[in-house]
Design a protein around this ligand. Structure first.
Ligand code: CA
Length: 234
């Protein structure tokens, strides 16, 4: 049974979500605060987190960061604010998706199913154990183990960021268009907000580049897309 953890301080939202997801066959756990939510999460077995952005005490961004330090579990942010900046913030801290309140349950259920489906597709792929790591300069990716090392140090990549980097590495030296990246990483689930890809590229750069504001590995090819290359290679 798929277990959903709902972290939401407003009782009406929390109870409605718990009721409806339970009715749809999910195993639901609910928490009123970020602290309580993390406590439940640490006990294990959670397949997806619905996380309210505005929480008393530890807020949603902090809870998301804490979960991301340890886990790639799918996280959907529930946000009352609809400005683009909040959406961007949600994705920058490693959430997989977001919905803006007031949302319809149908829409949220569709997002939950989409995120879980992507996870299932990814985990169903048979890892090719003997595959050579993908390497570009100081960046080394072991696809089967879902590991990335930069200058030999392990760096955590949430699923989407991992896939963006993987796609670039598999096409090393060649331009990957924005369209190709979106298609490969998000497919039909891309919400059409052009900022989503930019945010993920920015996150990837912040992890692999020595100076993220002057990237030397993941470069922008104006009007086309992105490319990964080692400028120090022959
Ligand atoms: Ca709230």
């Amino acid at each position: 049974m798929t277990r959903i953890l709902i972290i939401e301080d407003e009782a009406s939202y929390r109870e409605t979500l718990a009721f409806r997801f339970t009715k749809d066959g999910y195993d639901v756990q609910a928490a009123e605060t970020g602290e309580e939510g993390l406590e439940i999460f640490r006990r294990g077995g959670v397949d997806l987190v619905l996380l309210d952005l505005m929480l008393p005490g530890m807020d949603g961004t902090e809870v998301c960061r804490k979960i991301r330090e340890k886990s790639a579990v799918p996280i959907i942010m529930l946000t009352a604010k609809s400005t683009e900046i909040d959406k961007v913030v949600g994705l920058e801290i490693g959430a997989d998706d977001y919905v803006t309140k007031p949302y319809s349950y149908r829409e949220l259920l569709a997002r939950v199913r989409a995120v879980l489906r992507r996870r299932d597709v990814d985990s169903a792929q048979i890892p090719i154990k003997d595959e050579e790591p993908l390497v570009c300069g100081p960046i080394e990716m072991n696809v089967a183990e879902h590991q990335v090392f930069v200058h030999g140090n392990p760096v955590f990549f949430p699923l989407k960021e991992f896939e963006v980097l993987e796609c670039l590495l598999r096409n090393q030296g060649n331009v990957v268009t924005r369209h190709q990246l979106i298609d490969r990483v998000w497919g039909a689930d891309y919400v059409g907000d052009t900022k989503t890809l930019d945010v993920h590229i920015k996150r990837v750069r912040s992890k692999v580049e020595d100076n993220p504001s002057h990237p030397q590995y993941v470069t922008t090819v104006r009007g086309l897309g992105y490319k990964i290359d080692d400028p120090n290679a022959d």
